[in-house]
Design a protein around this ligand. Structure first.
Ligand code: ADP
Length: 401
């Protein structure tokens, strides 16, 4: 089965095409600047050179049509014709409390996703444009939606409620949802497989640390707590997001600096985190380089980043009353040996023993970086959210037959 995976943003569309017979990627690409006069499509068919096209793409319907054109192009296309696409899977950020797993798109599902626009105003409306664009270009192809929040729906109310008036939960669904769910789910399954241990028997903490960052406590394969909250702002210090701060800072700063709600929101999401502390970069590579050259602000940003991650790991180990496996994934987790080393050296009292040589190896493969004696196994697991979306899409569409 050929499956098209879409991640629709408000002005962008990321795509990948999988052949599910062997889970191989046939092509992938990105449409940028949708709605502007010079939209850019960057397309790569496996085994061919990358193709880049600039044209006017005013909406998502046209964007999906362009993607199909690229996929069926006579020269570098990977499909003979459009009918080869048998299913489409979409990444959807917010599934609220309704969606506890991936589902087939129906009219009722679309209605529910629309009802969630309020909770993810930047994301869900864009995902819906992607779904509608597929409706119009591939009207008979089944579509599946895979939610970033769904994996965390197993959290207990002890973990997901905030200690604020419960009327806010009842009226406005103010609670912890958590994000990066597909990634946490994917790496936890692969970590257990790699260790050849049943997932059901393991207490795990998965650290998805990229530009956005979250960590999740997983018991027996189920998310029991996660650091992102009602929005992806809570939790760890990130590239440009603050993570946890005293909520009273918000009204205080709004008053002192005469900031509007939008301004303070933008400050916490776009101008905080490592960028704010280092003074010039949100990128862990640049921070690490500057730190090694003696930049004190970069050093502070790095130390705070690690310290805050360590605190979460400690609190989740306590919440689970144990820890068997610690997993690092995403841009920083997969590539930064320096961050992994600093984190592991800060929590040796758990019985973590880092294998420094294994940690220093650069590789795109899943690997263990703790010593044979380490009480807690430490793994680097490359994440692959698209593959998980493709697998869910394949499974759900197969069940229709
Ligand atoms: P996103 O959340 O946008 O998907 P990624 O998972 O791609 O982000 O992670 C991006 C982060 O990964 C950046 O901070 C980048 O500096 C970091 N990163 C990528 N490669 C390396 C590396 N070799 N060493 C340290 N950090 C890296």
């Amino acid at each position: 089965m050929i499956v098209l995976i879409l991640n629709a943003g408000s002005s962008s569309l990321k795509y990948q095409v999988y052949n599910m017979t062997n889970e191989s990627v046939l092509a992938k690409g990105l449409v940028e600047r949708i709605g502007m006069d010079s939209s850019i499509v960057t397309h790569k068919s496996t085994g061919f050179e990358e193709v880049r096209e600039v044209s006017e793409i005013l909406d998502h319907v046209t964007a999906v049509r362009r993607v199909i054109d690229m996929l069926t192009n006579r020269e570098y296309g990977v499909l003979k014709n459009i009918n080869e696409i048998q299913a489409v899977g979409h990444r959807v950020v917010h599934g609220g409390e309704v969606f506890k797993e991936s589902v087939l798109v129906t009219d009722a599902v679309k209605l529910e996703i629309r009802k969630l626009f309020d909770l993810a105003p930047l994301h869900n409306p864009a995902h819906m444009m992607g779904i509608v664009a597929v409706d119009s270009n591939l009207p008979n192809v089944p579509q599946v939606v895979v939610f970033d929040t769904a994996f965390h729906q197993t959290m207990d109310n002890v973990a997901y409620l905030y200690p604020i008036p419960t009327v806010l939960y009842r009226r406005h669904k103010v609670r912890r949802y958590g994000f990066h769910g597909t990634s946490h789910a994917y790496v936890s399954v692969h970590a257990a497989e790699h260790l050849q241990k049943p997932l059901e028997d393991l207490k795990m903490i998965t650290c998805h640390i990229g530009n956005g960052a979250s960590c999740t406590a997983i018991v027996g394969g189920k998310s029991v707590d996660t650091s992102m909250g009602m929005t992806p702002l809570e939790g760890l210090m990130m590239g440009t997001r603050s993570g946890d701060i005293d909520p009273a800072i918000v009204p205080y700063v709004m008053n002192k600096e005469e900031l509007t709600m939008n301004e303070v929101n933008s400050m916490l999401n776009k101008h905080s985190g490592m960028l704010a502390i280092s003074g010039n970069s949100s990128d862990m590579r640049e921070i690490t380089e500057a730190m090694q050259e003696g930049d004190k602000n970069a050093q502070l940003a790095f130390d705070m980043y690690v310290y805050r991650l360590v605190k979460y790991i400690g609190s989740y180990a306590a919440a689970m009353n144990g820890l068997d496996v610690l997993v690092f994934t995403a841009g920083v987790g997969e590539n930064s040996a320096v961050v992994r080393k600093a984190v592991c050296e800060a929590i040796t009292f758990f019985g973590i023993e880092l294998d420094e040589q294994a940690n220093a190896v650069r590789s795109g493969d899943i690997r263990e970086i703790s010593t044979a004696n380490s009480k807690v196994k430490v793994l680097v697991v490359p994440t692959n959210e698209e593959l998980l979306i493709a697998r869910d899409t394949f499974r759900i569409v197969n069940e229709l037959k």
